[in-house]
Ligand binder design. Structure first.
Ligand SMILES: [Zn+2]
Length: 446
């Protein structure tokens, strides 16, 4: 009796809270109920061992004895044997449903055995396969774990599985969510969230991420996604928070959280290559982001020129005459212009209408001034036609009225920037400046 109560105490210590994402470790000493031979798999070998133990034909290692008390009543008897057989029968020949998060020494992977997918978090590679089951064997039609396509599987309980691959690699699986992971709706890279929670920066990596508030506080999280339904598991405790996604355009979506709060997400992938800044792939030159003096496309790009020609022709047919009064400007030429303005009006005033060298959008070869680069153009029929129609040709009015504190420039009815038709339409429909659309600023840092 004394010995059995000791077993019960050890059993109690061995019970692991079955919460989502609890981390389990496999050691030589198994704490898996039913795994009396310590091979991390509950199978016929364990039944034979327990049966032999009860009949007195063999012994079970002392440290594995707690695993034999299947029903947890502090006794090892025929009821445990019956339960073990029943558990094996009910979990045998059954492909686990839902998505499972697997942890092992090679990293984290997500399985959905029914849809036949495994997603590797490190490589970002999603592999499709067909899986068949026979007793406690999972047979894959291709190698899904290194050069292995066969594993023994075993249930710890209804939300925990163990896969033991040929060659000995062990993965601990925890039930993750009901539906298959919708890999096309996974998020990657950086997003800026705006709404009543304040401004938060999210960094996504596979099905993991972190977010940071503007005050520097933040948290790590995991998430699952099925269709437009996301579940975020925040922090170590894994508190689930549900959200439903609604797409706005190619760079924005809303998440509506359970409490009704709507948070707007803006894709925010800022990359610098050879001194040139791209935000979500869009080349940016403003007061924050400058171009190197060596950047010189040699003129307006072919796409920007072709788009202007088409716009010019359609405008002509509608009764308006458009021409380019200033297109590409080199770093050296912008230097000369800016220095002349500074000499005439002083630096503070010159900064409101002329870009410092390297900061002019004209150096990109994607921006142009139409007809007349002065305030007298603002109330002309041509200016109104450009404002209403240029997006159809891939241009946006870059410095709209009343947005000087955002773009860094006063209203310029004549200055357009080429973005291509799809993107220009999205920016036009958003009613935002390019800075607001991309969640970037335009301020000289020195
Ligand atoms: Zn301009």
């Amino acid at each position: 009796m004394k010995r059995l109560s000791r077993i019960a105490a050890r059993l109690a210590a061995a019970v692991i809270a079955g919460g989502c994402f609890s981390i389990m470790t496999v050691s030589a000493k198994s704490t898996l109920k039913g795994d009396m031979n310590g091979d991390s798999i509950i199978g016929k070998g364990d039944v034979r061992l327990l049966q032999g133990y009860l009949l007195g034909d063999n012994s079970i290692k002392e440290e594995q004895l707690p695993c034999a008390d299947i029903d947890g009543d502090g006794r090892i008897d025929g009821f445990d044997l019956a339960l073990l057989k029943k558990n094996i029968a009910s979990h045998t020949d059954k492909i686990p449903a839902g998505t499972w998060r697997a942890e092992g020494s090679k990293g984290v992977r997500y399985y959905n055995f029914r849809s036949g997918t495994v997603y590797d978090e490190n490589s970002g590679i999603n592999t499709s396969y067909t899986c068949t089951v026979s007793e406690t064997n999972l047979y894959f039609d291709k190698n899904v774990c290194g050069d292995v396509g066969h594993a023994l599987y075993s249930w710890r309980d209804d939300t925990h599985l163990v896969l033991r691959w040929d060659k000995g690699y062990i993965e601990e699986l925890t039930y993750f969510c009901d539906a298959p992971i919708n890999y096309s709706r996974m998020l990657s890279g950086q997003y800026v969230g705006t709404g009543s929670y304040g401004t938060r920066t999210f960094d996504f990596n596979g099905l993991n991420g972190t977010f940071k508030n503007t005050d520097g506080t933040g948290m790590g999280f995991r998430y699952s996604v099925s269709g437009n339904n996301y579940v975020f598991y925040l922090g170590a405790a894994g508190t689930p928070k549900k959200a439903v996604r609604t797409d706005i355009d190619s760079m924005h979506f809303n998440l509506k959280w359970e409490d009704g709060t709507v948070e707007r997400f803006t894709q925010h992938n800022i990359v610098t290559r050879a001194g040139i800044t791209y935000v979500n792939g869009i080349l940016i030159a403003n007061k924050t982001y400058s171009l190197p003096s060596t950047y010189n496309p040699g003129g307006l790009t072919a796409d920007a020129q072709a788009a202007f020609k088409k716009m010019q022709s359609d405008a002509w047919n509608a009764g308006y005459n458009l021409w380019i009064c200033s297109g590409f400007r080199s770093y050296a030429y912008q230097s000369q212009l800016y220095n002349n303005y500074v000499a005439r009006d002083g630096k503070a005033k010159a900064d409101t209408y002329s870009a410092r060298p390297g900061h002019s959008e004209h150096q990109t070869g994607l921006a142009m001034d139409i007809n007349n680069a002065s305030d007298t153009f603002n109330n002309t029929a041509e200016a109104r036609w450009i404002a209403a129609n240029c997006y159809k040709y891939g241009f946006i009015l870059r410095y709209p009225q009343g947005k000087q504190n955002i773009t860094g420039y006063k209203y310029e009815s004549w200055h357009v920037r080429y973005l291509g038709t799809a993107l220009a339409k999205e920016v036009y429909n958003s009613g935002l400046t390019l800075e607001e659309f991309l969640c970037i600023d335009s301020v000289y840092k020195s």
